[in-house]
Ligand binder design. Structure first.
Ligand code: ZN
Length: 88
């Protein structure tokens, strides 16, 4: 079995309970959607479709993966279009 090295400890959870979470952007999905991770307890959040922060569940991870894929595909298509269209 694989062992996780960054398992949150009781103290890191207690720290967040007292001082609040310390979220940092862990992943940029699109321009508007990001994933955040608390550097103390490793709790993860993401931007949902309403633009609000919500807990990053496995469902949201899957949605974000699709969003990220579509976002990058769209960008590359726009870039491709820009380069392939001759300037008028
Ligand atoms: Zn935390």
């Amino acid at each position: 079995m694989k062992k996780t090295t960054s398992k949150p400890t009781f103290f890191s959870k207690l720290y967040c309970h007292i001082f609040g979470h310390d979220y940092h952007v862990s992943k940029k999905v699109t321009r508007h959607v990001k994933e955040y991770k608390c550097c103390h307890c490793k709790k993860e959040l993401t931007t949902n479709s309403n633009g609000k922060l919500t807990e990053l569940t496995s469902t949201f991870k899957e949605i974000n993966d699709v969003l990220e894929f579509m976002y990058h595909k769209k960008i590359s298509r726009i870039r491709h279009k820009m380069y392939s269209t001759p300037a008028a």
